[in-house]
Design a binder for this molecule. Structure first.
Ligand code: IPM
Ligand code: MN
Length: 375
């Protein structure tokens, strides 16, 4: 069996970490008797600065022929913050309609967590982040450019009520951003989370802010409640987003699967990454079950470490394991995660963030050798 996988190394440390992920995935392929044919796509800052293009329609069409993309990281200090992140990363999540952002929060054996008295048995849950709606839809305005009349009239009324002042449509005195969720968009991701919980420990926690942002998140909660009746074997709870940050720290063992709207999911998964040992250890998958999915570490491009062969490749290697699992190579994926665990437990080949002095490629070599049973 041969899988064709496009690779987008991206910016900053992306190329270094993705190379290690490929190395380990190839080791797993060799062991389990399949092949991976990689095709590199050069997207990110260099491509943008050379051509002025973020990601072209042709590239997107090309990529849409594949089931799983392997991504390093996107973002570069030479480009204004947000341009590449929105123009490349979010553009792909939206174009491929990758409505599930799957982020395991799992403390591996031997990893230090800032949570006192908590171990691997306590920190083992998965966040299912909605990935195409909410405040990420990109409708808003900071000044006159791009401001639509209808949107503006709503904001103008609010402004008048609040300050007793009028504001004209070209004013840069106000900024706004619109969040939107849909019934279909909410149902499909919550359904995915219920199915996942069914296959795990049968508990699903919903995140919202239905007490204040009651229109969109009240809607979210209603959809959750409606779907819950179809899954009587899964126990559920509701959490306001502010409160769940507290429970992640105090009682992470309460959680099995957590489903959250896009922006709250973004925020709580950085907290999740930290309790599982740091951003260097947190993988993520952007999934469209019927289309093109994309696998990446949840950290950014860390430009200050670019080219130093210094950062931790484990998040990316783990994302590679999720990619293999998605392609149907579950045993190979398990082997990779086990090899990561062995590397960590042995504690000899670790990058600086885990208290070691090994390089990025030494960690990749070590994990690949463990997969192959060489050491
Ligand atoms: C993430 C990142 C992205 C997001 C940014 C870089 C657009 O923070 O993947 O969590 O907000 O989704
Ligand atoms: Mn984030």
């Amino acid at each position: 069996m041969k899988y064709k996988v496009p690779v987008i190394p991206g910016d900053g440390i992306g190329p270094e970490i993705v190379a290690e992920g490929q190395k380990v995935a190839e080791a797993a392929a060799e062991k389990h008797g399949f092949e991976i044919e990689w095709t590199t796509f050069s997207l990110g800052a260099d491509h943008y600065l050379e051509t002025g293009e973020l990601v072209g329609e042709d590239t997107l069409k090309d990529l849409s022929r594949y089931r799983a993309i392997y991504l390093g990281s996107i973002g570069d200090p030479r480009v204004k913050p947000g341009v590449l992140e929105k123009g490349v990363l979010l553009a792909m999540r939206f174009y491929f309609d990758q409505y599930v952002n799957l982020r395991p929060v799992k403390l591996l054996e031997g990893v230090w967590t800032p949570l006192k008295d908590k171990g691997p048995k306590d920190i083992d849950f998965v966040v299912v982040r909605e990935n195409t709606e909410d405040f990420y839809i990109g409708i808003g305005s900071r000044a006159r450019a791009g401001r639509s009349r209808a949107e503006f009239e709503v904001i103008r009324t609010l402004y008048q009520v609040k300050f007793g002042l009028d504001v004209d449509s070209e004013s840069d005195e106000i900024a706004y951003q619109i969040g939107m969720i849909s019934k279909e968009g909410t149902r499909r991701v919550i359904k995915y989370a219920f199915d996942l919980a069914t296959a795990r420990r049968k508990h699903l926690s919903s995140v919202d802010k239905a007490n204040v942002l009651s229109d969109i998140y009240g809607f979210w909660r209603e959809e959750f409640e409606a779907l819950a009746t179809e899954y009587p074997e899964v126990s559920t709870d509701f959490n306001f987003v502010d409160a769940i940050t507290m429970w992640f720290v105090k009682n992470p063992e309460w959680f099995d699967v957590v489903v959250a709207p896009n922006m709250f999911g973004d925020i709580i998964t950085d907290l999740g990454a930290m309790i599982q040992g740091g951003l260097g250890l947190a993988p993520g998958a952007n999934i469209n079950p019927e289309g093109t999915s994309m696998f990446e570490p949840i950290h950014g491009s860390a430009p200050k470490y670019k080219g130093q062969n210094k950062v931790n490749p484990i998040a990316t290697i783990w994302a590679g394991a999720m990619l293999l699992e998605h392609l149907g190579e579950g045993e190979a994926a398990e082997d990779v995660v086990r090899a990561i665990e062995t590397n960590i437990k042995r504690g000899k080949v670790r990058t600086y963030d885990m208290g070691g002095s090994a390089t990025t490629s030494e960690v990749g070599d070590d994990i690949a050798a463990i997969v192959l049973g060489e050491i």
